[in-house]
Each structure stands twice: as C-alpha cells, then as structure tokens.
Design a protein around this ligand. Structure first.
Ligand SMILES: [Zn+2]
Length: 382
C-alpha cells in the first residue's frame, strides 16, 4: 500500500483523544502482521485503548523508535468544508482530520515497512503508536517504558514525527493542565465581610498565578521558544448565581507551560503552599473553607535535547541540515527523553495546519517524510 492509501484508511477511524481506539489499533496490527512483523500492544485499565509497538529489523543495539499518536482532536464547532474523516486529495494537498497531526507520519512509517524488511538492516526500527496524546500525552511514558522493558537490546534513539516541516526539533515546553476548586460560604451579599466568597478568593489565587508568571518571565528566558518564557494562564472560570448572592463555590481551569529551565513541579508546589496559607487564614471565618487543585493530566515534561546529542548528529548524517528548532506545543518527546532515549521531534507537515478546520498535509511533505525514513533505512543498513 502507498502512504496515501494507508493515510486514507487511517483517517477513516474517527478516534479522538480519550476515546476507545481498538478498531484503528487492530487495523494497524493486522497490516503489520500481514507483512510478518511481530506486534505488541499495551492497554489502558478498561482495555478499550491500545498502544502498539513492533520491531522491524534485527535484535541489535543502536536502533530508533519511530513514534506517533493514533488519536486526533475534535472537529466539533469547526467549519469543515468536507467530511473530516474522508481523505480528500487535490493536486498538492491531502485534507482530513489527522492528515497532518499526525497520521501522515504514521502512514509514511507503515508504507516503508517493506523497504525496512528488504534493506538488510544492521540496526532496527521500532514503531510506537500511542493513544490519548491529545489530552495530555497520557500513554507516552507507558509506551516508552514498554519498549525498553520488552526488548533487551540498547535502543538509543526516539524520533517523534509530530509536524515540524521536518525540522529537527530539540526543545519542547513542559505542559500541565490543572483544575482548582474553591469552597467558600454562601449568604446575602451584604454579609461579604462575615462570609468567604469563593469568587473573591479565587481572584486572589489567580492574581498569585499571574504574579508567579511575571516573576518567572523576569528571571528566565530561552530564546529557542516562541514566546521565550514560561506561561501560566487561566482559561475557564465557573461560579455564582446572582449579583447579590455570595458564591460558595468557584472552579477555574488553568495551564502552565514551562521552558526547560523552569521547574513545573516547583511552581505547583509553591502554589499549593500559598493555598494552604489562605486556608489557614480563612478558616477562622469559615471553618470548612477549602482549596483543592488537581492535575487534569500528569505533567508532560519539557524536552531539552542538547545540540550535540547523538540524534542530532544522526539527522545531520542523513542529510537533514535544517536549523534546530524548539516548539511550544506538547508532544511525547519529553517522555521518551525522560525514559532514557535521545529524543527529537521531526515529522512532515506544519503545526500551523493542525487542530483546525480543513486540516491538510502537503503531498510534498508526505514525500519528504518518506525520503527522511528512506535515508534512515539506508543509514541503518550500513
Ligand atoms: Zn500531535
């Protein structure tokens, strides 16, 4: 099958982040098994979602993981001209949800498996396709660990094929989504000094977060990123029923994006300590006062692959001499790095075309993506 034929099949499975993916995972599994590849799967607790990994080539040290995610972002509320789950081919573009982010890359990998098998590889490739990436890279650590656990050989490299226009990307911000719930007391608005308004207190917490961000911005920057600093942002807030009723509950949702120099956990710990002091203070007015913050997903670690990393040298060796890049979006590269791989993001298509209506990938990028893999195959057959 050509990469475009495979992509047509992959985009027809409308698997969103958080949703079951077995029909898609099983289609890939049987595609690979028909080629004689031994496929392994790891599951979520309910066994409704699977990640897939497989080795193509010999059980030898020095191989590379080719990583992609099987889920896509929703299409709800977006102004699609065509059916997002049908691949629409024009002279130079391929339209569909996931065409760019990132089933295009997965299709390139799958299409080149026969070439890998024919190449007398000295070092193997490991295909690694995850689930729930779009809702916080939830299976990134599990798949990175499963591969190291399963195969005894040394696996130094991981290439994450997120759309980067095939620019080797060595930096990624750390990301965490959080939810804070403030429980105050209710009452008539005239009693505001005798009660604890969850809205007023949330405002103080949000101010603290904004001030924390400004402190970080003044202390550390990393010019590889746009913007070059960490950010903290409150994107949702829900509270209150009327102007004259003190709100007893307020919930806000926020995100933190950190450059590698800033420590995500330290920021969250500091916020937590501030919340505990507010609780101590306000419990004298309302004993049941409470602030609870939960992570919506585990922290996605930043990626900070050094410019002289062996995987950068490898990319240079196969002729990719594009300038090194860094991105502000979440990807599984940080998790592969945390699990001991030299990790890089480098895939076809542009992030500018991802997550939006009428998502597409240029056919030229699909070709260049396959060219990159062919060059890696040649290098690993040497
Ligand atoms: Zn992606």
């Amino acid at each position: 099958m050509t990469a475009i034929d495979i992509l047509r099949k992959l985009v027809s499975f409308d698997v969103f982040g958080g949703e079951p993916n077995l029909p898609l995972a099983n289609w890939i599994k049987s595609y690979l098994e028909q080629l004689g590849v031994e496929v392994h799967q790891g599951f979520n607790e309910e066994k409704t979602k699977a990640f897939i990994y497989a080795r193509v080539g010999p059980a030898a040290d020095g191989g590379m993981v080719l990583s992609g995610h099987l889920d896509v972002v929703p299409v709800e509320g977006q102004d699609w001209v065509t059916n997002p789950f049908e691949l629409i081919e024009t002279a130079d573009k391929l339209y569909a949800r996931g065409s760019c982010d990132m089933k295009g890359f997965i299709a390139c990998c799958l299409a080149l498996v026969p070439q890998m098998q024919a190449a007398q590889l000295k070092k193997p490739f490991y295909l690694a396709f995850s689930y729930d990436e779009e809702i916080g890279c939830r299976s990134g650590d599990a798949i990175a660990m499963a591969i190291k656990d399963h195969y005894p050989e040394d696996i130094p490299y991981a290439l994450i094929g997120e759309p980067s226009m095939l620019r080797p990307t060595v930096g990624q911000k750390g990301i965490c989504f959080l939810k804070t719930v403030v429980k105050g007391s209710e009452g008539h608005s005239s009693r505001i000094l005798e009660e604890v308004s969850a809205i007023h207190e949330s405002m103080r917490l949000i101010n603290w977060l904004e001030q924390k961000m400004l402190d970080l911005v003044s202390k550390s920057r990393d010019d590889r990123f746009v913007p070059p600093q960490s950010s903290i942002h409150v994107g949702q807030i829900h509270a209150g029923i009327a102007p004259n009723v003190i709100a007893d509950s307020c919930e806000f949702r926020w995100d933190v994006r950190t450059i590698p120099a800033d420590d995500m956990q330290a920021i969250l710990d500091e916020f937590d300590a501030f919340c505990r002091t507010r609780e101590d203070e306000l419990r004298s007015i309302f004993p049941a006062f409470k602030i609870e913050t939960t992570k919506i997903h585990p922290i996605v670690p930043a990626l900070d692959t050094p410019d002289d990393s062996p995987i950068v040298s490898l990319m240079r060796k196969i002729g990719n001499d594009a300038p090194l890049d860094a991105v502000s979006y979440a990807a599984e590269a940080g998790q592969f790095a945390r699990n001991g791989y030299h990790a890089i993001i480098c895939g076809p298509g542009s992030i500018a075309q991802a997550h939006r209506a009428n998502e597409f990938i240029d056919k030229e990028q699909m070709k260049l993506g396959q060219d990159m893999l062919s060059a890696l195959i040649e290098e690993f057959a040497r």
